[in-house]
Design a protein around this ligand. Structure first.
Ligand SMILES: NC(=O)c1ccc[n+]([C@@H]2O[C@H](COP(=O)([O-])OP(=O)(O)OC[C@H]3O[C@@H](n4cnc5c(N)ncnc54)[C@H](OP(=O)(O)O)[C@@H]3O)[C@@H](O)[C@H]2O)c1
Length: 339
């Protein structure tokens, strides 16, 4: 496990600050993954920081601002030690609060950044992401507005989530992009074809989200309908229910083999694989596994010290192409053609 050792660092964007090579996804502390214990979440944040985690990931959409509000006291107590990353683009229509619409237009971004600054109770957002791409607004226009926020001192660095390589290149032409945040794990490897090479070429750091396959790769649940609470978002994700879940659970066998060899957990092997993408693809990679439990943040950060051998990578690499079901039930919320 941990021995209190801290993790290494990686650059956030070309010439950007060094951050802990593993970040912390904070979404589940307020949103999507069933009931959370606020005290345990706060203890997780503190433990993560002690272990060298500095990049903390949230979004305005996580619980309609609740997650940003929840994190504000922690950020306030450690402002100089943490890199605060948040996102805009998933707007709540006033007539239907349960729905989300993607908005990348200037008036929306302007009000979103002010609302996030207020909820987070910070003077500046360290890394501000476009969460999803609105195809009705040219990306150059969106990034143009984001660049104004940098010039105005409201935001330090810019990021994009779930973009294609073409969108990344166009955006980078307007203002340097420090990070691309996209799903990347043993179960989701499509970005390796185009997005990752473009990021390497442009000096952009990759921030893999859901590196534990939303927990499925840890073996902590095998069937969302059976194992998770009624309000858990994963019950609506095609990979984790019915026949797909059974087929995908069987794909964890190679992970188990490698985990036994390293006396590690399945999750640690899944994370070690993602961390090793940095070496395989030659760019900085800072995954942001999400957890609300201090013991798990210890376990997850310890995975940065595991190196997988070539034959172990060869065993794990083919898993992704066998996964049953798409990443989301509604793929219109992701960029078509990011692979
Ligand atoms: N840009 C985007 O569109 C996007 C989309 C999704 C997520 N994200 C960001 O990425 C972050 C991480 O992704 P994610 O939370 O979806 O998925 P993830 O990191 O792959 O998995 C999180 C799940 O795994 C469980 N878990 C964590 N460590 C574990 C361990 N050592 N053993 C067993 N279970 C463990 C967590 O449960 P506990 O919390 O109970 O420990 C949680 O249910 C989010 O928090 C969010 O900030 C971004």
């Amino acid at each position: 496990m941990t021995n209190g050792r801290t993790i290494g660092t990686a650059a956030l964007g070309d010439g950007g600050p060094e951050v802990g090579v593993q970040g912390l996804g904070c979404m589940g502390m307020s949103f999507a993954y069933g009931p959370a214990d606020a005290d345990a979440s706060r203890a997780t944040l503190e433990r993560a920081l002690e272990l060298g985690v500095t990049l903390f990931d949230t979004a305005d959409a996580y619980g309609a601002g609740d997650n940003e509000r929840f994190l504000a006291p922690f950020f306030g107590a450690h402002r100089d030690e943490v890199v605060v990353a948040t996102k805009f683009a998933l707007a709540i229509p006033p007539d239907d609060p349960a729905r989300r619409v993607i908005r990348n237009d200037a008036p929306y971004i302007r009000q979103a950044v002010e609302a996030s600054l207020k909820r987070l109770d910070v003077d500046v957002i360290d890394l501000y992401y476009m969460h999803r791409r609105d195809v009705n607004v040219p990306i150059e226009e969106t990034v143009g507005v984001m660049a104004e926020l940098v010039r105005e001192g409201k935001v330090k660095q810019l990021g994009l989530s779930e973009v294609t390589a073409g969108e990344l290149r166009a955006a980078h032409g307007v203002h340097p992009i420090a990070a691309v945040q996209s799903e990347w794990s043993l179960f989701s490897r499509d970005i390796e074809a185009k997005v990752v090479p473009a990021a390497r070429e442009l000096g952009v750091t990759l921030v893999p989200y859901s590196p534990l396959g939303r927990g499925f790769l840890t073996g902590s649940f095998a069937d969302a309908d059976r194992d998770l609470t009624a309000d858990d978002f994963r019950r609506r994700m095609p990979r984790f229910t019915g026949g797909n879940a059974a087929a995908n659970a069987a794909l964890l066998e190679p992970l188990r083999t490698v985990a036994v060899a390293h006396e590690a957990s399945l999750g640690q092997i899944a994370l070690a694989w993602v961390h090793q993408r940095a070496e395989v693809h030659g760019l900085p990679v800072v995954p942001i596994p999400g957890t609300r439990r201090p013991a798990r943040v210890e376990e997850n950060t310890a995975a940065t010290r595991i190196t997988l051998a070539e034959e172990e990578l060869a065993l794990l690499d083919p898993v992704a192409e066998k996964v049953a079901g798409p990443r989301y039930a509604d793929m219109t919320f992701t960029s078509a053609g990011r692979e």
